[in-house]
Design a protein around this ligand. Sequence first.
Ligand code: PLP
Length: 521
Amino acid sequence: MTMNNQGRPSAPGAGEAQAFSTISGDRGLDHEEKLIFELGRPGVSGVDLPEVQMSETRLAGHRRRGPIGLPGLSEPEVVRHYVRLSRMNYAIDAGLYPLGSCTMKHNPRLNEKMARLPGFGDLHPLAPQSTAQGALALISELMRWLTTLTGMPAVAMSPKAGAHGELCGLLTIKAAIEARGEKRPRILVPESAHGTNPATAAFAGFAVDEVKATADGRVDVAALKAKLGPDVGAIMLTNPNTCGLFERDIVEIADLVHKAGAYFYCDGANFNAIAGRVRPGDLGIDAMHINLHKTFSTPHGGGGPGAGPVVLSARLAAFAPLPLLVHDAKGFRLIEDRAEVPQGAQPFGRMCAFHGQMGMFVRALAYMLSHGRDGVRQASEDAVLSANYILASLKDTMSAPFEGPCMHEALFDDHFLDDTGVTTLDFAKAMIDEGYHPMTMYFPLVVHGAMLIEPTESESKESLDRFIHVLRTMAQDAKAGKRERFEGAPRLAPRRRLDEPAGARNPVLRWKPKDLPKAAE
Ligand SMILES: *Cc1c(COP(=O)(O)O)cnc(C)c1O
């Protein structure tokens, strides 16, 4: 038995972990946990409520006729339940989270503290604006940072995630096209694009047309040229792209797109590789969403809150959605109504009920102010350095599909697993036994059996070295025919390998009570 990097015994011999079962169902400190409905007992409660002192006559007709099926647990039982569940999960606070394209970086606690200040945390979105001047000033300051870092004149703050930002950007572009009295129903999307790009274009009513990649993983400019025409509304390009590569021809691409009368949408989810180094506005970009929950370290995952502000070029700024934040002699004000917009503004509509994710705005601005512009640039440079360290350290043992250095994420393909009987999925799942969250797998689609690793700037060299050692050893084991490490992995996680296709085709989303007393109809 060997020790893994956390000093815990690592994978025992084949079958050993599976054959050994404990009396409790727990494995050491790895707890088994039932659903809260299975744990609860009738009549138990975590709170003491006084008897209701109301006459029967006033309650008549309203009295509950049977149990409503809430689980009965004491306070310590509830606390244990959720703490145990949290320990079955993996988090950036527990270890390196190499999920490519997702930018799982450390969430500084200072930001959390700022977001919880009562003046921000307790503010209601319908509070009179005169009582929320500080919050509006904060949004305004964040807008200034975003427009400065991107070199773009305007920003729409309300989109609540990257994909929502894409929709905002395309609806802005659509409004601009319509204002010109044109119809441009086609959107060009490179084949390495994140799945949200074609989905957004289709959702916004455009036809999606795919642009080929070159052998070096970038947009094929000749193929793009051939596709441009008077019916093209925009190109949606990611830079750095999802292969972790900088699109070197981006200025030429912008020129071509503009000459064809189309707009340049950039998926800015990977802005964390270039923030403080390159201003997208200087590259000819017309609209770009920024994932505050990636680049600016606000927490994300599991569908939790995000924020996807969209910066806009001068050609598109007038069409930005409501609300508009203005600052005049009377202070800060959100313009919610088309009738009140400044001259020239033609908002296409609005993206959501309020102004955006206030909690994320506070965290992102705290991150910016604590780093400063030079610090933001340093973070981008360190993220790129970390990824290149991984790429350089592993490309002889694993296999890299493209020559040369990468940006903020390192892409590998599955050629190093040829004839081993081990797949990308097996390899990724075996990482769980080593105490790591898997990397992004099978994306981007342009690479066979892709493994996309994004370490971010948060990791120390020691942490990267441990990770590299584990992956290199795993790759060597796969090549040496040690299939037992991979078959059926993970072995040491609270759950074994899940049947993902069956789960997707046959989701069981609801636990049905079997033995619960029936509530009266
Ligand atoms: C994360 C990501 C998105 C989508 O962002 P969400 O906030 O998850 O909606 C889009 N494009 C790329 C390249 C991404 O990495």
